[in-house]
Every structure is written in C-alpha cells, then in structure tokens.
Design a protein around this ligand. Structure first.
Ligand SMILES: [Zn+2]
Length: 368
C-alpha cells in the first residue's frame, strides 16, 4: 500500500481548496457529520470524484482523514452515507464489523502509516450478523462453515446487552460497537497515539431508514483514564500471604504441620495459625474469630477456599506418593507439557493444590 509518511504530525494538504484536509480527529468527525447531513437531506456534493482527484491521489498517495470500520451490509456504504470521495476514507468492512486480527491490522496500518486521526466503528439498524447471532444463541444450533467465527465474535455483545436490558437487538448492536471500539483501543501499537490524544476511536449507528448516523462518542475510552501513570518504582507485587479458613484449628495444625510438613511461625489459639512457605506465608484463620477486627482489620472469610502451593516440578511424584501414604485422596491434572497439579482437601474442606510454577509459565522461584 503506498502513501507512507514520515511522522504523524506531517499532513500534506489535499488538492482542491473546497475540501482542505481536517487537521485533527475533531475536524474529521465534523466532516463526517456534515457529509451525513447532506446525504440524508438528499443534497450530496459527491466530492472528490473527478478525474483530477483520481489522478491526484494516484500520483501523491492516499491521505484519508478517517478509518471507518463498518458492516459489509450492502446498504451501509460509508463513502455514500458520509458523502465522501476518492482518497477520503480508509474503509474496513466485515459482516457485523467484526474486528479480528486482519481488520485490526488494517486499522493499525491506517493510523500508523497513513496518519489517520479518527477511527469510526459503524454499526447499523437491522444488522443481519447481529440477528444471526441472536438466533444462534436462541436455537443453540452451530452455524455452518466460517459463519461460526462471526457469531462467536458477536456473542459477547449479546451477554453484555442482556445485562443492560431493553430491546435486545438494539442493545446488542450498541454493545457490539462498543466492544469493537474497545478492541481497537486495546491495540498496543495504537496506545501511544491514544494516550496523547492524537487518535480517537468513536462508535456510531447508521439508521437504514432515515440515513442518519448517530455517534456514541468516545467517552468510554479505557485509555483516557484519569489515573496517573504507574511509577516504575512500584514494581510488580508478588504473593506474600495465602489465606485459608478452618473452624477446627487443631485439626488444621495436625494437617499442615504433620502432612504438609510446614514450619509453624506463630499461633493464636482459636484465632489463627501462621506458617512459613517458600517465599511467603500461609495464614489459616478461624473464620469467626478473624471476622472480628483487632489491631489489624478483620480477615473475614469462610471454609471451602482454595490455595495452590508451589512445589519443585521434580518433586511432583514424591509429593503424590507422600500424600497418598497419608491417606489423602489426590487428584492429578496434567497441564500439557507444563507440569502437573495435585489436588486434595484439608480437614476443613479447603481445596489444596500443589503445582510447579511452570504450569503458569513461571520459573521455579515464581519469577516470570
Ligand atoms: Zn450488518
């Protein structure tokens, strides 16, 4: 694709004094709104359709002012409904404006190589892809061929829409536009431009009957977060305390000291047992007592929790043999080539797991 430019801030003026290039996303959005107004009022200018324009963009390369991610529906033609011409819009269309890897790569290309400042995700009324997804969910029938990929991509919007209530097809469309916009905002390579505000991602809905495009705005942009940037000195926190709950602390002590062989660090009869782990602490609380705040806030909880303790991978077999010899019912689960977990219960019913850090792709010490 031709048209690569040196930097984002450089914008060569388009030919033709009537249609100067929008200078930023705000002006680009205004251009789209004005074009849509002309279209729906049936007074289009049909700009940038001349032979001179065609030859100009062929010779100079393309400098579109907006990316439009739209449905492939034949009734939603972006150049027509925004009253634009050659070289104005970089259009990415799939059924149901599904943003997969290739669609996202196309948006990234336009934002990084063509310097486009505005991305519009445009859904539309009576969208067949949204309707097919709702039907598939209702019937439970698998879609033939590759249609299933579209339906899987739209399904999360149905779940979101159900939680919001209202007219389900309309709510699904809105949610799907928002999720598609969020997928674009999550792009690692677009993040620098989104964070400094030189790129905007906006959702919209095109009404097939009236011809009107309503923009949802980009107020929900997760990257426009009011939170301050993370100082590097904070680092990545690591696990220090693992908490479990047991009403019968005597039985818990017999189990954790005797069966697992942990070394007791401290105990408060009736309230807690503290054990040393490799690289951290295991805290076993009596839930009733720990719910009472003392010098530190309450550590409320309940029996029936889960903890996974890190073991050396080569010790898996020895641990299995030891736990079995202690009379425990142990369930093994293999994580492909990454190692195995051993599952069993403590006397309080907590589900314990022993596993090497490699099941999470971590080093033996838990380091990434
Ligand atoms: Zn559609």
């Amino acid at each position: 694709m031709p048209g690569k430019r040196g930097g984002w801030g450089v914008r060569r003026p388009l030919r033709g004094p009537k249609y100067p290039a929008p200078r930023d996303a705000h002006e680009a959005l205004e251009r789209l709104q004005a074009g849509n107004r002309r279209f729906r009022e049936s007074r289009p200018l049909r700009p940038h359709g001349s032979v001179r324009r065609r030859e100009g963009v062929a010779a100079q390369g393309q400098h579109p002012f907006a990316v439009v991610v739209a449905c492939a529906d034949s009734r939603e033609a972006p150049e027509l409904l925004f009253d634009c011409g050659l070289g104005d819009l970089f259009v990415v269309r799939t059924a149901g404006h599904v943003v997969g890897d290739t669609a996202l790569g196309s948006v990234e290309f336009a934002a990084l190589n063509l310097g486009v400042d505005l991305v519009v995700v445009l859904g539309h009324s009576h969208c067949g892809a949204v309707g097919a997804t709702l039907e598939a969910e209702a019937s439970g029938q698998a879609a033939p061929g590759h249609l299933g990929a579209l339906i899987r991509a739209i399904s999360p919007a149905v779940t979101l829409a159900r939680g919001r209530g209202g007219d389900l097809p309309e709510a699904t469309l809105r949610a799907h536009v928002e999720l598609s916009a969020a997928a674009i905002r999550a792009s690692e390579v677009l993040r620098p431009r989104l964070e400094v505000g030189t790129l905007r991602v906006v959702g919209g809905r095109y009404d097939l009957e009236t011809g009107e495009v309503v923009f949802f705005g980009d107020e929900a942009a997760p990257l426009a977060s009011p939170l301050p940037p993370q100082p590097t000195v904070l680092g990545t926190p690591g696990p220090l305390e693992t908490c479990l709950y047991a009403h019968d602390l005597d039985a818990a002590e017999a189990f954790y000291s005797g069966v697992l062989g942990l070394s007791l660090y401290g105990k408060a009869p009736g309230r807690h047992l503290f054990y040393r782990l490799s690289g951290g602490m295991l805290l076993v609380f009596n839930p009733g007592a720990s719910a009472q705040p003392g010098q530190v806030p309450a550590h409320a909880g309940a029996e029936g929790g889960h903890a996974c303790l890190r073991i050396a991978r080569e010790a898996t077999e020895a641990w299995h043999a030891h736990l079995t010899a202690c009379g425990l019912e142990v369930t093994r689960y293999a994580w492909g080539t990454r190692g195995e977990s051993l599952y069993f219960r403590d006397p309080a019913g907590n589900v314990l797991e022993l596993a090497p850090a490699s099941i999470w792709g971590l080093g033996d010490g838990g380091e990434p």
